[in-house]
Design a protein around this ligand. Structure first.
Ligand SMILES: O=C(CO)[C@@H](O)[C@H](O)CF
Length: 536
């Protein structure tokens, strides 16, 4: 049988909370291989649940760094056993869960640069970490450090203007501050601090990989305008921190070639390039091929917005990161906690637990819902911090109930008007070329997507984002190969499969919602001032 034609490809990795995943993407941008290793299922000796350990205090959440190392050993062996041809890999890049941090012990770099190809990574790196259980994004034990950092730079808004976010417990600077304060000896024996993304890149490089601008924006340490560490933030967190972090680099940087360990043990070509790894959300933005003016809406348990911003206006909500595929622009994340669980509750209460009844209500009620507006937050909302259900008639009078069909439309219109208002609060603007990319469970309901298209006045496309961080990383690897030629990312990925058009705005939608959006915003402020007292 003829030898299979050589399939030049790039690899995209994702070191996520629950697993390590890899995809191989060929030059036509087709996924030709994928594999994964699940921490809970395949690495039982580490005893994680959902890939993490939640500590007794309920606030501290960590993951064992050697579990991540061993997962890479296993997945590479699985690829080798399946006959994957590593010699075809032109470049690789990857993603890591954002905010997590890895602490390399003094002397580890010598081990990393002299790995024996006869042994797995985890056996050789056993003694290379000063902290064996790494803080991850689910940790919320650093509130004190958050307050200290905000005080050091002039307050929450000042920190947001500087680093793109106010202080958040999961953000890496606050986690480093806690380790320095509570475990100074481990901190003093740490020669390098990586994010999960740059840690994974270091494993492939065989030396310390720099932190990229985009994932570095999730640390409360990087000046997002100047793309340099903020000396005020570094100083407020821990001493000698800049030398432990190294200098940040543009996310599209080629940071080196794979180490000889991979050439000799797996057959990677010696010139296989490593493109800077980044955070899972920035990598997903790349995988969704978001462009200027686009917005991605992930409709899941909580709803998450991915925004492409040219001129960000940092706020006390949401997160602004350096853009992973365009160094002049930015991206933003906005999280809305009352997502699908809220939609399912109203479906159960008002549509007899039936999505088809739910859809009928949306089909039978008018855009704008006759001026009735609703706010549905059965759990404390993140954006903004409101809890409870609040309904208002067209005359702005608070009412205790709506008819079942009005209730359903009020929920969905309210959820999407909130998204547009808060996105625009961060500097997002709907443009004539705007595409809305919808993903997640609720994106299978066409009537819900119709409301989304109407509220934003833009077409809605649906995409499958199951592998978006991996695929986005493979796309970024191809982009890194073209780095010297200055080809824009959008050009590199133009052959990728296009999303499917699902809904376009109903004629007259803009007039309806341009009038209703300010009304919704005013009522939101009214609820906020009632619940937390008048704004200072
Ligand atoms: O904390 C987050 C973003 O700010 C999460 O989406 C993590 O990146 C998940 F890994």
């Amino acid at each position: 049988m003829a030898e299979p034609a050589a399939r030049r490809c790039c690899l995209g990795w994702d070191f996520s909370t629950q697993q390590v995943k890899v995809v191989a993407v060929d030059a036509e941008l087709n996924v030709i291989y994928e594999d994964s290793v699940h921490f809970d299922r395949d690495l039982l000796e580490f005893g994680t649940q959902g890939g993490v350990h939640v500590h007794e205090n309920g606030l501290t959440v960590t993951s064992p760094v050697l579990m991540w190392v061993k997962a890479l050993d296993i997945i590479l062996e699985k690829m080798k056993t399946s006959g994957f041809d590593f010699s075809q890999v032109l470049a690789l890049s990857g993603a890591g869960q954002q905010h997590g941090s890895v602490y390399w012990k003094t002397g580890a770099s010598q081990v990393l640069t002299s790995l024996s190809p006869n042994l797995p990574l985890h056996e050789q790196l056993q003694a290379c970490f000063s902290i064996s259980d790494c803080p991850v994004w689910m940790d919320s034990s650093t509130t004190a450090q958050c307050r200290q950092l905000e005080a050091a730079v002039g307050g929450a808004q000042a920190l947001s203007c500087l680093t793109g976010s106010r202080a958040y417990e999961r953000f890496t600077g606050n986690q480093i501050a806690k380790i320095y304060q509570q475990n100074p000896e481990a901190y003093s024996h740490t020669e390098r601090i990586s994010l999960v993304s740059s840690f994974a890149a270091s494993l492939f490089l065989g030396s310390y990989s720099p932190i990229d601008y985009s994932d570095g924006s999730g640390m409360n340490l990087l000046q997002i305008q100047g793309k340099v560490w903020s000396q005020a933030c570094l100083g407020a967190c821990a001493p000698h921190l800049e030398e432990k972090l190294g200098s940040p680099v543009p996310s599209c940087s080629v940071v080196g070639a794979v180490s000889s360990y991979y050439v000799q043990r797996y057959g990677f070509p010696p010139g296989c390039k490593v493109v800077a790894f980044t955070g899972d959300n920035p990598a997903s933005l790349a995988g969704m091929r978001l462009e200027e003016g686009d917005i991605a809406v992930s409709l899941g348990t909580s709803d998450t917005l991915f925004l492409w911003l040219q001129e960000p206006t940092p706020a006390l909500e949401g997160h602004i990161f350096c853009n992973p595929v365009d160094t002049q622009h930015y991206m933003a994340l906005l999280c809305f906690k009352n997502g699908s669980l809220m939609r399912e509750k109203i479906r159960d209460e008002s549509a007899s637990r039936s999505w088809s009844e739910f859809s009928k209500a949306l089909q039978s009620t008018e855009m704008g819902n006759g001026g009735n507006l609703g706010f549905y937050f059965d759990v404390m909302e993140i954006t903004p911090e409101i809890v409870g259900r609040h309904r208002f008639s067209a005359e702005n009078r608070e009412v205790s109930a709506f008819p079942w069909d009005v209730e359903i439309r009020a929920l969905i219109e309210g959820q999407f008007m909130a998204k547009r208002i808060h996105a625009e609060g961060l500097g997002y603007r709907v443009m004539p070329k705007t595409k809305i990319l919808a993903t997640g469970g609720a994106s299978h309901n066409r009537d819900i997507l119709q409301v989304l298209a109407d509220v934003f006045g833009a077409p809605v496309y649906v995409i499958d984002t199951a592998n978006s961080a991996c695929v986005g990383s493979a796309y970024r690897a191809f982009h890194g190969l073209a780095a010297e030629t200055d080809v824009p990312f959008s050009e590199v990925v133009k052959l990728a499969p296009n999303p499917r058009l699902a809904a376009t705005p109903t004629p007259g939608a803009s007039q309806v919602y341009e009038a209703l959006l300010p009304q919704y915003a005013k009522l939101e402020q009214r609820i906020l001032s009632q619940t937390r007292g008048p704004l200072q």
